[in-house]
Design a protein. Structure first.
Length: 188
């Protein structure tokens, strides 16, 4: 009973972050600068009598605590979607956050064999990272209509009282109208 009373007064998760000087809830929130990114169709197929396009997408970003306070940030999960030419994915099949990689990174090659899992990311100063994912949309066909094309990621910190970080990356289709590749819109 005594231990339970102590837990209610100061939950263990609160104690975990008390031991880190300057680590307040605000300091554990992430901020992000998006450097570059892209999306491309790598396959197509049929599922339940519906045709689909299969995409690989990636973003190169800088992560930092919002308050610029060094922190160990427990990421819980990463979700998101891709919206291209009026088509939207229902989510990501695979998501990977890589915080250490060789340059230049083979960003479209790191997707396979990765699964979403909680991981501890130590952010003492802004660090480069790559967000990569695979997803499906209904079959893409070239459209002459204007669309707002973008990919969206939401990074959730494990503790429920921290706000998720939402990243929206506007995309532009490459060079010719029937290209199956998009890049981060310049000036975004």
């Amino acid at each position: 009973m005594k231990a339970l009373r102590k837990y209610k007064e100061r939950p263990w998760i609160a104690r975990r972050f008390e031991s880190q000087p300057g680590s307040a809830t605000g300091g554990l929130r992430l901020s992000v600068d998006v450097l570059q990114g892209g999306a491309r169709i790598v396959a197509g197929g049929r599922s339940d009598e519906k045709r689909y396009s299969y995409w690989q997408i990636w973003l190169e970003i800088y992560l930092a605590p919002s308050e610029r306070v060094p922190a160990s940030i427990p990421l819980h999960r990463i979700t998101g979607s891709l919206e291209i030419s009026g088509l939207a994915s229902l989510g990501f099949d695979y998501v990977s956050l890589e915080t250490a990689y060789d340059l230049p990174p083979d960003v479209l090659g790191i997707l396979f064999g990765r699964k979403t899992k909680a991981k501890q990311v130590v952010v003492s100063s802004p660090i480069p990272a790559i967000l990569a994912a695979c997803c499906q949309t209904p079959e893409w066909v070239c459209s002459q209509q204007a669309h707002e094309d973008a990919m969206r990621f939401k990074i959730e910190v494990a503790e429920a009282d921290y706000h998720p970080l939402e990243i929206v990356a506007p995309l532009a289709q490459l060079q010719y109208s029937d290209s199956t590749e998009w890049r981060l819109r310049s000036g975004s």
